[in-house]
Design a protein around this ligand. Structure first.
Ligand code: PHE
Length: 327
């Protein structure tokens, strides 16, 4: 049979097939008429071997037919009633997995609310901090052994500490950033991510969250610090937890303490705190002969772990839904 007749027959067959087709047949028809092994494709491939005077007209005819069949199939697919025929709207759907805020985010939100009630607002600082703010202004000079308390991820070395950057090892630099741009009375909390070069295990993570607190005014004493910390811990862990201050050392507070909580039958170390070192107040542009203040820095994961008896900190940073769904 001549190629021209073959092409015409293919078109006629496609028209006939489509008349009796249902939506389900669509994919099969596409393959049958437009697929690589379809009669149409075979015929089109033969055209290029024809003598010059036949190739042009037959090529045109072949392409016309191909376009016509494509258009027919498209039109057919667009016939919505066929789709509706095949859908049962009464079948129950799959319930979507609904997300919610991460436990760390929930806890930060809860603490922001709690501290708002005590007149504290929220302050922020950069996660990539300068050496000056992370260390120097907090009374930790380059040669001071206290630098060894923090294993640091350095980012860049500049000509001096104001131009060298690192991933902040704690939220304490926010104290200085805030003091330098405001005047007492100061009441802020600074929740955020902090970074230390740690060997990671069940209780150590290189990335973790802290909540910094800073209060500066005339006549602020250790009594204020105790009261605020006690109220915060009770808010989270319940009214019957006891807190104690244990003497410690931080270069930026004097005196300095660790806060332990008596929880589930043992003392648990929860955070560092103290009265703001007068040098730090001065670095923040505050007259230390007039003002005093307290500061604390709490590990956020730690308090959640205590509350819910979580034994592995790595749960917070993974996608274990069995863990996350419980919050
Ligand atoms: N920045 C300290 C730390 O990360 C905690 C701290 C904050 C201690 C404020 C005293 C005052 O270990």
């Amino acid at each position: 049979m001549a190629l021209r007749d073959i092409l015409k027959e293919i078109l006629a067959a496609a028209e006939a097939d489509l008349k009796s087709a249902t939506f389900k047949d669509l994919e099969q028809l596409k393959i049958k008429y437009l697929g690589r092994k379809s009669a149409l494709s075979l015929a089109l491939r033969q055209i290029k071997d024809l003598p010059d005077d036949e190739r042009g007209p037959l090529g045109r005819l072949g392409n016309e037919i191909k376009q016509k069949i494509s258009a027919m199939l498209e039109q057919f697919a667009a016939g919505q009633d066929h789709i509706v025929d095949d859908l049962d709207f009464t079948i129950p759907g799959i319930e979507p997995l609904m997300g919610h805020l991460h436990p760390i985010t929930q806890t930060i939100g809860d603490l922001i609310d709690f501290f708002a009630g005590l007149g504290f607002s929220v302050a922020e600082g950069p996660e990539v901090e300068t050496e000056e703010y992370n260390f120097d202004l907090l009374n930790i000079p380059p040669d001071h052994p206290a630098r060894d308390m923090w294993d640091t991820f350095w980012v860049s070395r500049g000509k001096d500490s104001a131009h060298s950057t690192l991933l902040r090892t704690h939220t304490s630099p926010v104290q200085l950033r805030y003091m330098r741009e405001s005047k007492p009375p100061i009441r802020i909390i600074a929740p955020g991510r902090t970074f230390r070069y740690e060997a990671e295990d069940a209780t150590h993570s290189s990335v973790f969250y802290q909540l910094e607190g800073l209060m500066v005014d005339k006549g602020i004493t250790l009594g204020h610090l105790k009261a605020v910390i006690d109220a915060m811990v009770k808010h989270i862990l319940g009214d019957d937890v006891k807190t104690r201050l244990r003497p410690s050392y931080f270069p930026f507070t004097e005196p300095s303490f660790e806060v332990d909580v008596w929880f589930e039958g043992r003392w648990l170390e929860l955070m560092g705190c103290g009265m703001v070192n007068p040098k730090v107040l001065e670095n923040g542009g505050i007259d230390s002969s007039v003002y005093t203040g307290f500061a604390f820095g709490m590990g956020i994961e730690r308090i959640i772990m205590a509350k819910y008896k979580i034994t592995d900190i790595r749960n917070f940073y993974g996608t274990n839904f069995d863990f996350l769904k419980q919050f």
